[in-house]
Ligand binder design. Structure first.
Ligand SMILES: [Zn+2]
Length: 209
């Protein structure tokens, strides 16, 4: 039984009305690809090479501690003109973390990740944390999503993972993948398949910033 939703329902958006969930283009069709939890020494370069094949730009929500461990990989993301985002320093779950610890963890990550976009790990943060974030980083935008690939779910295969995206994507979708070890068994085949589909359907790939 799945304990996550592939397509973000309307009521979840209502909980966080100022978050960025989906942003349809006025002309043509656009998608916002995002990759969470990196950088990773082999999986991030794999993602970068697939994106390059499609001439696509994406947004990478990085964990501060992984940036500390793999600074060259982090550099590669930036050098290839993708956008990097803050995903806390230690991948904290906001619902289980006190406000001060949570904000300090974002601050610590921000020292390594120059960015105006933030995605809360698991999509979970308290309203009080949201308010504190806005106060500490007035420019910071909170980026949620519209479609979860489910690449982190070891109970599904790569075909289901690709279908999760293909069946649910629409103009303006923010799509979530992970450049992580946990996701790679599905990501490796699902990502090229999804890219092929989106290209064939005439989607443009844009970054969130
Ligand atoms: Zn994450």
């Amino acid at each position: 039984m799945r304990n996550y939703l592939v397509k973000t329902p309307w009521w979840l958006r209502v909980l966080y009305p100022s978050g960025f969930w989906r942003n349809p283009a006025k002309s043509g069709k656009v998608v916002y690809l995002s990759f969470d939890d990196g950088p990773h020494p082999t999986i991030t370069p794999f993602v970068l090479s697939v994106l390059e094949e499609y001439n696509a730009k994406a947004t990478f929500f990085c964990i501060g501690d992984n940036v500390r461990k793999f600074p060259q990989i982090f550099r590669q993301i930036i050098d290839r003109n993708h956008v990097v985002g803050n995903h806390t320093f230690n991948h904290l779950n906001g619902w289980k973390t006190d406000d001060e610890t949570y904000l300090n963890n974002i601050r610590e990550a921000s020292q390594l990740i120059p960015s105006n976009v933030f995605r809360p790990p698991y999509g979970r943060m308290k309203k009080s944390q949201w308010r504190l974030l806005k106060k500490a980083f007035p420019e910071m935008k909170v980026i949620m999503w519209d479609v979860l690939s489910g690449d982190f779910d070891f109970q599904i295969d790569d075909i289901t993972c690709a279908e999760n995206v293909i069946q649910n994507v629409s103009n303006g979708s923010v799509i979530v993948f992970h450049d992580s070890e946990k996701a790679f068994p599905r990501l490796e085949k699902a990502l090229p398949k999804v890219m092929q589909f989106l290209k064939k359907e005439g989607y443009r790939f844009e970054v969130i910033d």
